[in-house]
Design a protein around this ligand. Structure first.
Ligand code: ADP
Ligand code: C5P
Ligand code: MG
Length: 238
């Protein structure tokens, strides 16, 4: 079980790009965020078993977040909490918010943060683990602020899967999981929402030195070889 804390130490740091004129960077805006891994000594990770170790996993739709989370779980023993999966579960059990969530997902819109954060909180509280991968969250500044307020914690670091749009579209159209939002019309809306609302979140964590950017193009194993060292540093400090 975990207890609430107010702040946790990062073990990665990033450059602090100036983003005075976002428009002039166009589609290259994501390129501005770069990260280096620091040594464990500099990192100062707590080994307190009760303190939750929280990683947010962010990136566009189809960038491979869920796929890489499964490998992180297998290799490093984290508990995977996918915000999208929690929301889909609410639809399938006809919960109080089920129909509102279904409408939002169909339209590629973001579900109100209070709903999503409550679901995440419930998962964290019912887990015996204290290491969490929170996937597909935060999508917006509102998501981020609601998490800090309700959970009373910040992520130790944030993994950002950076993938070109055309590659994400290709992957989503061949995902074949029967999802109501994996069709070209909804995909376009999801990409618009991602571009419009996600940048401030990425910028926030980059400036806090918590962002680790992963190049999400390549095979699943090649990508995991970029992810592994981030978590290996964490293991080394135990
Ligand atoms: P996300 O959780 O970010 O939406 P997923 O992990 O579900 O993305 O991946 C989307 C689709 O792309 C899935 O069908 C998955 O099998 C596939 N996929 C994941 N990683 C890769 C990769 N590196 N190369 C090609 N396809 C991939
Ligand atoms: O992450 P995933 O692709 O599974 O998310 C599917 C949909 O769930 C999103 O397009 C959005 O409608 C909803 N969602 C949300 N808030 C989140 C995560 C997902 O509203 N933090
Ligand atoms: Mg996913």
């Amino acid at each position: 079980m975990w207890r609430r804390v107010t702040s946790l130490s990062p073990f990665i740091s990033s450059s602090k790009p100036s983003i005075r004129n976002q428009a002039s960077y166009g589609g290259k805006i994501w390129e501005l965020f770069t990260t280096e891994i620091l040594t464990p000594a500099k990192a100062g990770i707590s080994s307190d078993e009760k303190t939750p170790f929280i990683t947010f996993v962010v990136g566009g739709p189809g960038s491979g977040k869920g796929t890489q989370c499964a490998k992180i779980v297998e290799t490093f023993g984290f508990t995977h909490i996918s915000a999208g999966e929690l929301l889909r579960r609410e639809i399938s059990c006809n919960s109080e918010h089920g129909s509102m969530i279904l409408d939002s997902i169909r339209e590629g819109k973001i579900v109100p943060s209070e709903v999503t954060v409550k679901l995440i909180e419930k998962e964290m509280e019912s887990s015996k683990n204290n290491k969490f991968l929170i996937d597909g969250f935060p999508r917006t500044e509102e998501n981020r602020i609601a998490f800090e307020r309700v959970i009373g914690a910040e992520p130790n670091f944030v993994l950002f899967f950076h993938c070109p749009e055309e590659e994400m579209v290709k992957r989503l159209l061949s995902r074949n999981e029967g999802r109501v939002d994996d069709n070209i019309d909804t995909i376009k809306k999801r990409l618009e929402v991602f571009t419009a609302l996600h940048l401030p979140v990425i910028k926030y964590y980059s400036e806090k030195g918590k962002l680790y950017k992963i190049n999400a193009v390549g095979t699943v194993d090649e990508i995991f070889e970029q992810v592994r060292p981030v978590f290996a540093v964490c293991e080394a400090t135990k």
